[in-house]
Design a protein around this ligand. Structure first.
Ligand SMILES: Cc1cc2nc3c(=O)[nH]c(=O)nc-3n(C[C@H](O)[C@H](O)[C@H](O)COP(=O)(O)O)c2cc1C
Length: 398
């Protein structure tokens, strides 16, 4: 457990969320499990579990495990996209779900698989999709029952959840990539808006963070706004505060944390059902090495993994897909469409073709550290900038 550090870097966000520093761990699916979440909360930030793709039982286990590791507040992040499928419940087989896929798209992927040399694999049966397709309702019930401090919606509008959340004192965060959605989420009475810029890893919009954050702040005033996308160190934190954000929501900068990606349950189907089971150690290693080797130029935004625009480390599968003229189906069909190819890539360990989410700050991520060190370094650098560098370097008088 943490002990209170000697450094002070507080904003109104700290009072609102009962945390020490205005740093929130982005709820990264596949990365932010109980160990990383608790480590960030114990370090003085707010840890947020990336629960996208978990079943209701798995989510309950994660929340309880996190509570064992920290007595500080933490949150849970889910994706709540609008999807074009009828509500479903119960166990659905992959073959039933794949019946939604157009034959020509299946043929396209089959041809691509053969050209690349991806082996055939059997897709396992699982029922995670039923929770997802029913609008995340059972997952929301678990979050309410477990009385988590904060709920965050990474995609979509948390409108239907706000009244229940507020009734039990839970704060609601809505993540947006443009002003229109910021207004929508503000009208839904979310407590905090995360304005996430194009630089971000994972699902991302078209507007850069520097342009987006002030415009969202103006649009939803006096609602608190937290900046996201490309915040990698104390400089990004101070810049965000200077724009008027109350804090930062940080994803990629935690990818090299010792605690990242290690908690996934063995029967977890990652990435909204895209892949297969929990990441194995060689895969986490490969991802981290890929990040260390990457420059700021080495990420790509593509729809081919989830049907929505998302930023990944560049890989040969994206290249091959684009070269063959592939189009993406809407979420969640696209994930079903390519899940067999992804499984085959993993089975054959074709690492150059594998997909790893990451943001444009990868070029400055070179060192593996503990989550606490990442938080401490960010806070320390921010304090030096605010107390020493800016006063020494900027002359401002009126
Ligand atoms: C590996 C990874 C997984 C992510 N998964 C999710 C997710 O499941 N839900 C979500 O709301 N955002 C997800 N995101 C986006 C983050 O919440 C966050 O907005 C983004 O990482 C911020 O930009 P940065 O990567 O430049 O810090 C993910 C990002 C990364 C890098």
């Amino acid at each position: 457990m943490s002990s209170k550090g000697s450094k002070t870097l507080r904003t109104k966000l700290c009072d609102m969320l009962d945390i020490e520093y205005p740093i929130i761990l982005a709820g990264m699916g596949g990365v932010a499990g109980p160990t990383l979440t608790a480590a960030v909360s114990n370090a003085g930030g707010l840890g947020v579990l990336g629960a996208a793709g978990l079943s209701a039982d798995q989510l309950r286990d994660w929340i309880r495990k996190t509570k064992e590791l920290t007595d500080k507040p933490f949150g849970v992040d889910l994706l709540l996209p609008k999807i074009d499928l009828p509500p479903m419940s119960g166990k659905l087989s992959i073959s039933e779900l794949r019946a939604f896929l157009p034959a020509e798209d299946l043929a396209f992927v089959d041809k691509l698989k053969k050209e690349i040399g991806i082996p055939d694999v059997e897709i396992p049966e699982y029922d995670v999709w039923s929770d997802f397709l029913s609008g995340g309702k059972t997952l929301i019930d678990v979050i309410m029952e477990e009385r988590v401090a904060v709920f965050a919606s990474g995609l979509g509008n948390p409108e239907s959840i706000v009244p229940r959340a507020h009734a039990q004192g839970m704060k609601v965060i809505g993540l947006v990539g443009n002003v229109k959605n910021a207004r929508r989420v503000a009208e839904a009475r979310a407590d905090i808006i995360v304005a996430q810029g194009h630089e971000a890893g994972g699902h991302t919009g078209r507007i850069g963070t520097m342009a987006l954050v002030p415009q969202v702040i103006d649009a939803v005033h006096p609602l608190p706004v937290v900046a996201a996308g490309g915040v990698g160190d104390g400089r990004g934190l101070v810049a965000s505060l200077a724009m008027g954000a109350w804090g930062v929501w940080v994803g990629s900068a935690f990818l090299l944390a010792h605690e990242s990606s290690i908690d996934a349950p063995k029967d977890w189907i990652t990435n909204l059902g895209v892949d297969t089971y929990a990441l194995e150690p060689w895969e986490i290693e490969n991802w981290k090495e890929g990040i260390i080797a990457a420059t700021e130029e080495d990420t790509r935004v593509t729809r081919i993994y989830t049907g929505k625009t998302a930023r990944f480390l560049s890989n040969k599968f994206i290249e091959a897909w684009d070269k063959a003229g592939g189009k993406a189906l809407p979420m969640p069909l696209q994930t079903l469409l390519i899940c067999e190819a992804e499984l085959g890539l993993r089975k054959a360990r074709m690492t150059e073709y594998m997909a790893w989410f990451a943001g444009q700050i990868v070029g400055m991520l070179k060192e593996r550290k503990s989550a606490k060190q990442i938080v401490d370094d960010m806070v320390e650098e921010a304090i030096v900038i605010l107390k020493e560098k800016l006063p020494a370097e900027v002359k401002a008088e009126d």
